[in-house]
Ligand binder design. Structure first.
Ligand SMILES: Cc1cc2nc3c(=O)[nH]c(=O)nc-3n(C[C@H](O)[C@H](O)[C@H](O)COP(=O)(O)OP(=O)(O)OC[C@H]3O[C@@H](n4cnc5c(N)ncnc54)[C@H](O)[C@@H]3O)c2cc1C
Length: 288
């Protein structure tokens, strides 16, 4: 923040909504994305709304079928939470892959969502979980499916006066499984070449249903709906694994950039899905 900037530090959501209703203040949570922009002088804002002290945005609660995660939950909060460990293990796996410990202590789930990077590590998990966002403003609260939140490259359905308040994720049931895999250049601090999360219901090698979220392979995080339909209700065979590998590598639309090529991203995305399917076979059946 420059010497001329104004910073608001409200203690309640109502105060925050009031400020957002009549200013163009830029929301700052953990600041781990925004500080990078500020240091690079790429942030054009003179007024800031620091939401870090708003307790209503914290907490992880068990609400029966779903977990409600406050937008200010940090990766460390997620990693340490017994109910996230039990009912949303892929979110723990994703949180462990974010940055180093300093970033995990300060970076928030809400910040990862609103920052809208196609490479955000939590986003494929929320996509595969069919998460729901609770969004608030002075006009009240609304709920939006996470899979409808991104409207284009780094664009979201959030209005300027709105905050992401919490995220609801359905609890993983005993007969469901999830999976997370990030492929990057090196483990810590790497931005992914592809990042995938899966949630599925399987019984004896039959995939009743599967949901696949993929990041870094399109302008936004995406669900692989075509590949999901191909797999639903089928027994996993070597042939089906090959079909799924092909299908998802054609379904994603990656680009070539500094970190990887389009070709490599398509291929590795197929390989990661194949790995998940083979894991199901290894744990449920005799192997293929
Ligand atoms: C060294 C380093 C390593 C990193 N490694 C990774 C990584 O491995 N994987 C990964 O996914 N990310 C990584 N990041 C990016 C970053 O840490 C995450 O995206 C983090 O979750 C952002 O959260 P934050 O609270 O710090 O967001 P902030 O920087 O505070 O905000 C980010 C954006 O979200 C908006 N915002 C934040 N909270 C809300 C809210 N509740 N409602 C409305 N708007 C809101 C802000 O206005 C801003 O536009 C890394 C960053 C750094 C600096």
């Amino acid at each position: 923040m420059s010497g001329n900037s104004t910073a608001h530090s409200p203690r309640s959501l109502d105060e925050a909504y009031e400020i957002l209703s009549h200013t163009a203040a830029k929301v700052i949570a953990g600041g781990t994305d925004l500080m990078v922009l500020m240091n690079a002088r790429q942030l054009d804002a003179e007024e800031f709304l620091d939401i870090w002290r708003i307790d209503e945005l914290r907490g992880i609660a068990d609400e029966g079928d779903a977990l409600r995660i406050g937008a200010l939950a940090t990766y460390t909060d997620l990693i340490r939470s017994p109910i996230i460990q039990k009912y949303a293990p892929a979110l723990v796996a994703a949180s462990r892959m974010v940055g180093a410990v300093q970033i995990q202590n300060r970076g928030t789930l809400g910040g990862n969502i609103v920052n809208a990077s196609p490479a955000g590590d939590s986003l494929p998990v929320l996509a595969a979980y069919d998460a729901e966002l609770e969004i608030g403003s002075r006009r009240g609260l609304r709920r939006l499916d996470f899979n409808q939140f991104y409207t284009g490259y780094r664009r979201t359905a959030l209005e300027a006066d709105e905050l992401v308040v919490s995220v609801r994720v359905p609890k993983l049931k005993a007969d469901e499984r999830d999976f997370f895999c990030k492929v990057g250049t090196r483990r810590a601090q790497a931005i992914s070449k592809t990042v995938m999360a899966v949630k599925a219901k399987t019984e004896n090698e039959i995939l009743e249903w599967i949901r696949v979220g993929v990041g870094s392979v399109a302008p936004t995080v995406v669900r692989a709906y075509k590949t999901e339909s191909l797999l639903a209700g089928r027994a996993i065979t070597a042939d089906l694994v090959e079909q799924a590998r092909q299908s998802i590598s054609l379904e994603v639309s990656p680009i070539t950039d500094l970190r990887s090529t389009e070709h490599y991203r398509r291929r590795v995305t197929g390989n990661v899905l194949a790995r998940f399917l083979r894991e199901v076979i290894d744990s449920d059946g005799a192997g293929i």
